[in-house]
Design a protein around this ligand. Sequence first.
Ligand SMILES: CC(C)(COP(=O)(O)OP(=O)(O)OC[C@H]1O[C@@H](n2cnc3c(N)ncnc32)[C@H](O)[C@@H]1OP(=O)(O)O)[C@@H](O)C(=O)NCCC(=O)NCCS
Length: 207
Amino acid sequence: MHILNRPITFQHITLTILFSTFISLLKFTPMNFTLRPWTLNDLTSVTHHGCNPNISKFMSDAFPDTEAKWKNFLDFATTDESILYLAIDIDGEAVGGIGVTPQKDFLRKNAELGYWLSEQYWGRGIMTRATKEIVKRAFERFDIEWIFATPYDINKASHRVLEKAGFKLEAKLEKIEVKNGVELDELIYGIRKNSKKLYHQPNRLAL
Ligand SMILES: CC(C)(COP(=O)(O)OP(=O)(O)OC[C@H]1O[C@@H](n2cnc3c(N)ncnc32)[C@H](O)[C@@H]1OP(=O)(O)O)[C@@H](O)C(=O)NCCC(=O)NCCS
């Protein structure tokens, strides 16, 4: 075989293998991040990382897609203490969000989990670790027994995050959602306060 009319040597092959190994290691090296409260200073970074159709297509239609909407979100997230809403911080920059919202009335023993992450950091195990951590904190902070999440049927990455964080698939509701003009199934995943999986998690993250 030849590249640009030069024969492929043993050296070429070794370099290619080393390069691919380096890229794989980079992808699978766990990234350091912290979960911390939102601040109004997060506006530039959250607008940069959050305004992305590859993220919003998996979120509700209320997910912010302009700087003005992110400003409204930050005004709310920095003042409303009824929700545990945290920024995912890498090197001082807010690159994602995760939140647990307690429900009201006869559903008050339940809370809903939601999350998103900058596309640039997908596949590094960040959301699995963030989910495990916020679930523990939410059970400590709120008088709740069950935390649930409702990903679309097509959102395989989110299903995997929930499974890895100890959630159980509890229900599938067929064609109850319309996203971008398409009818979608909704899955309901849940985890209970007394779940054994909850108490076999690695060390806590810094706040
Ligand atoms: C879903 C999301 C938060 C995942 O974050 P993340 O940090 O990349 O997640 P993790 O790295 O912890 O885990 C992702 C898992 O999904 C898997 N995955 C990713 N894409 C997949 C796909 N298309 N099909 C099947 N599995 C997939 C990964 O391989 C990984 O599993 P593994 O560790 O067993 O290999 C991120 O993709 C995101 O922000 N998506 C858009 C917003 C969103 O979907 N929010 C949730 C709404 S319910």
